[in-house]
Design a protein around this ligand. Sequence first.
Ligand code: ZN
Length: 205
Amino acid sequence: MGKVKDLTGQSFGRLTVVAFVGIRNHKAVWHCTCSCGNEVDTTAKSLVSGSTKSCGCARSEMAKQRAAEMGKRNTTHHGCPRNDPKARRLYQVWSNMKARCLDQNHHAYKIYGGRGITVCAEWLHDFSAFRDWAISAGYDPAAPYGECTLDRIDCDKGYGPDNCRWVNMKVQAENRRSGRAASGQYTKAKKAAPGVTSTEGSRAE
Ligand SMILES: [Zn+2]
C-alpha cells in the first residue's frame, strides 16, 4: 500500500471503508459500504475532507425533503398558494366571492346571498376549479388593480362559468348602469336597496 494511509474500517458519515481499490489518477480509491446498503468507490481525499458522506442517498433524501417542505409551504388544504402573491390574489377573489354569497356577516351579503346570488357547486368547494376557469377565461394575474375584475354578466344570476367574465371596472360600471336602466325601463322589481349598486363588491379586491 506504500504511502497510502489505511482507512479500512473507518467511518465517514454513512460510509464505512471496506477495502483499498487502488490508485486512480494519482488518487487512492477505497471501496465503501453505505448505511443504506449501497456500495461505492470513492477517493481517500473526498472521504477525509468530508465532501463525500454517503453513496448519494443523503443528498437525494435532502432534496426530497426540501421539495416536500416547499410543497407544504406553498399550499393549504384548499390549494391556497401562500408564497405566490399573484396566485394569492386570485384566491382572495374566490374567498370574497364565497363570503358575499354565504357569509351573513359580510358587509355585502344583503345584496348577494341575501337576494339569492349563489356560487356554482363546481367552484364552491374547489379553488382549483375556479382557478382553472379563471385562467381559461383570460384572468391576468399581473393586471393592475381594477383592470381584471370578476364580473357577472347577468346581475341577477349567480357565480359560475357561464355567467362570469373578467373585465375592467369601467366595463363593470357600464354593465351596472345598463342593468339599472333596464330595470327602470321595465319597472322590474328592484333587487337591490336604493343607492346600493348590485355589483358592488364583485370587484377583484
Ligand atoms: Zn447510501
